[in-house]
Each structure stands twice: as structure tokens, then as C-alpha cells.
Design a protein around this ligand. Structure first.
Ligand code: FES
Length: 129
């Protein structure tokens, strides 16, 4: 399949100054995304991995937040200075950066096992068995 192998979603949400929930954009989200895109392009990864800016990813107290999909890895407090490790170790090395991972018990959401969703059903593409 010719598509991106990893997607990095970088929260750029901005609630304005002094909002109690905080805003990833005000704690370095935009600088982080710029560095990520620039460094990935320099490494020739533009068509391999995609970094996109998003609105709120629901983990606001941990900003700036990066969600790596489809691996379901959630990083918090990520700064532009973490980009070399993100690329070298996670994207290219397949290694989770444990020091940046938001602890499971602090993630906002529902335990997957408590609310399982069905596996996606897809018709075979032309030429597939
Ligand atoms: S503001 Fe970034 S996760 Fe909510």
C-alpha cells in the first residue's frame, strides 16, 4: 500500500491566554510542528511519514501533545528540541520515547477493552483474493 506509514498529529489548539485547560500552541506546539516537518523533509521522509497540526487531542494538561498513529502512542510535553529523538528513535528506530509518554492512567479516554469497537470490514480490492 502506498501511503504514509506513520502519522504524527501535533496539537496546535489555542484557547487564548490564561485558560485553565491550557493550550498546546501556547506551550510550543507550532515550533514543534515546524521543526518536525523541516527535519523530516531533510531526512527524505516527506512521503513516508506525515506530521499534521490538529485542534485539541483531549490531553490538554500534557501539552504540547503528539499522537503517533496508527501505533496509539501519546506523547506530552514535547518540545522542538525533542524532534531529533522523535525521528531517529521512534519514527526510524521503532522505539517508544518512554520519558515523553503520557502515563496510561493520565490519558483521557476509555479503556479500549471496556468499549471495544468492531474490526473494520473492507471489501477486497481488485486483484486481491
Ligand atoms: S489543547 Fe492540546 S490536547 Fe487539548
Amino acid at each position: 500500500m502506498a501511503t504514509y506509514q506513520r502519522m504524527l498529529f501535533v496539537c496546535l489548539n489555542d484557547r487564548g491566554e490564561d485558560h485553565p485547560k491550557g493550550s498546546c500552541s501556547r506551550s510550543g506546539g507550532a515550533e514543534l510542528l515546524d521543526r518536525l516537518r523541516g527535519d523530516m523533509a531533510d531526512r527524505g521522509l516527506k512521503r513516508v511519514v506525515r506530521a499534521v497540526g490538529t485542534r485539541c487531542l483531549g490531553q490538554c494538561s500534557h501539552g504540547p501533545v503528539v499522537s503517533v498513529q496508527s501505533e496509539d502512542v501519546w506523547y506530552g510535553g514535547v518540545q522542538a528540541s525533542d524532534v531529533p529523538d522523535l525521528i531517529e528513535k521512534h519514527v526510524l528506530g521503532g522505539e517508544v520515547l518512554e520519558h515523553l509518554e503520557i502515563p496510561d492512567d493520565q490519558l483521557i479516554g476509555v479503556e479500549h477493552a471496556d468499549h471495544p469497537l468492531p474490526t473494520l470490514k473492507r471489501k477486497p480490492k481488485v486483484g486481491e483474493p
